[in-house]
Ligand binder design. Sequence first.
Ligand code: AHR
Length: 503
Amino acid sequence: MKAYAIANTDFVVSKIDDRLYGAFLEHLGRAIYEGIYEPDHPTADADGMRGDVAELVRNLNCPVVRYPGGNFVSAYNWEDGVGPRENRPVRLDLAWHTAESNAVGIHEFADWCTTVGTEMMLAVNLGSRGVDEARNFLEYCNHPGGTYWSDLRIKNGRAEPWNVKMWCLGNEMDGPWQVGHKDADEYGRLAANTARAMRMFDSSLELIVCGSSHSDMPTFPDWERIVLEHTYDHVDYVSLHMYFRNPESDTANYLALSEKLDRYIETVASTIRQVKHKKRSKRDVRICFDEWNVWYHSMQQDRAIRDGHHGWPHAPALLEDIYNFEDVLMVGLVINTFIRRSDVVRIACIAQLVNVIAPIMTEKGGPAWAQTIYYPYYFASVYGRGVALQMPVRSPSYESKHAAETPYVDIAGVHDEDGGTLTFFIVNRNPDEAIDTTIDLQGFTGREIIDHQVMTHPDLRAINTAENPMEVAPRKGAGALLGSKGLSLSLPPYSYQMVRLSI
Ligand code: AHR
């Protein structure tokens, strides 16, 4: 089989916003406790944060981390997590049927973000609370001092405001599972009022309104239209979520889910355009895809806790998906889709970062390691900065549940003009055949291959564990050639690869 693609220096999609490679941490399961925070761990710093986890996160060059939820935020009182630890209340977390100690709150999270070199994206509670909580939390975080909330922050040990720029107006408010779930008009009005109040404090904030929890929601895409009709002039992004599943072990259909993702993005992009024109607005609202990942491996085992059969445990193992090699391909395909749609998808957050549907796993008192999906996320985040190229691809294809023609070869190309590099992220969805691929390089001169990494494995179900953390890991690629026709390389069946050229 053969495939052919074109990369032309003049044909670009958009400058990629670095925040396309963001992540998410929720007070859920062992994400915070035993994830980033474990005071008794041998690598813990003075704040009780695990050094081994911080290092794995730092390596990801993660630009932004969304916090503190997720479903959790819709019944969260942020005030519970500030002040002396011994005075912080233990609360029931209704979203996950657990107990929350509040040992970690905004101060600890903010310090951790500094440690790992990332920025905070905060969510306000528009489920059980509203405008008042949002304005107080904002003042606590961003006002320099001399007011009740800002002075409380100073008293609690943080003199300088954090100046948090990105704020989510609630979480998945379209979902009946959400505490304080609302219909689109009700939520749209609340979000608009909250946004207006927050902008009265600082008009330069970047505000994110809830879109759909997934594209199969019965309210999709009317939800986006109605919510944006209320909020269009007051927000910057509409948030989307999507999780990818393969419960039937049907790899061909699973790997075609990125086609469904692409349609989801296109539908919301056109809804945004519709509302923009209806409102005769000059502003552009963009997409913040602030939850995405593979999530299905752990669903069954979580049921008992979520149904309340274990009482209200603190930080139990929940949503601990153990990722396999097949998921590497899926995550690579999702990120490639975001790169190709970076004109409209400006921010995205892999959900989540540690232990809970996460690229990083930990053992209490033991090691931290990279799950299989760590690598495609790592390569994109570290090397996918620059300008996304428009790349026509001619590839053999197959028929799937999600698209009549699903191409075997999926490519995203990123040109980093400042660094003088051209990087390709490539997935071969074909189960049996290698595909000889040529990328016609037009307008790029002085080319040399500087890195070539390949991920492939004879067993789609292969996983990484604490004992064997490198079972599924990238290996140096071989055989890529630069010639007069451009870059030629062979894509092994079921493979992910990254090729970088200096130009
Ligand atoms: O990331 C796990 C959960 O998925 C989040 O809490 C929620 O927003 C979504 O349904």
